[in-house]
Write a protein that binds this ligand. Structure first.
Ligand code: ZN
Length: 146
């Protein structure tokens, strides 16, 4: 698989850990959107598109985000530690929607995306820079970095 195109939309807020949204095209025929570039402690990190995980209220069956403290539907107080923990003991609140299944592929995507991000950053310093026209995902949560 070759990554034939990367589009990067920089995030305006410079203090944010979320640096950009991007989309990648594979072999000129398959696009994955809502990839996030995040500033982590070890440098830039590429987060695959993910969704918030939820569970169901024990009392009424209502669906709630894992961080919710009360049921959206019946108001019952929910336990604080319902999320599964990752190997570092942090709550796992997101699940990847699309992701590489091996290290080589992750590395390939990471390198391409970061390179495109750095180019876009450079371009954004030029006068008359126009950001890429790309709609942003509604969810701009920064997922846990593993
Ligand atoms: Zn409920």
């Amino acid at each position: 698989m070759e990554i034939s195109e990367v589009r990067v939309k920089l995030v305006e807020n410079k203090d944010d850990r979320l640096k950009a949204f991007c989309s990648i095209t594979m072999d000129n025929e398959f696009v994955v959107r809502d990839i996030k570039i995040i500033e982590g402690t070890g440098g830039l990190f590429v987060a695959m598109p993910s969704r918030k995980m939820s569970d169901h209220c024990e009392k009424c069956g209502g669906k709630n985000h894992l961080r919710a403290r009360f049921c959206n539907n019946c108001g019952t107080s929910l336990s604080d530690n319902r999320a599964k923990k990752d190997f570092k003991g942090r709550m796992k609140l997101h699940a990847d929607i699309a992701h590489p299944i091996n290290v080589e592929c992750r590395k390939k995507i990471q390198e391409k995306v970061i390179a495109a991000y750095e180019e876009e950053e450079e371009r954004s310093k030029q006068p008359g820079y126009k950001p890429v026209d790309m709609d942003e995902p509604e969810d701009d949560d920064v997922p846990e970095i593993v």
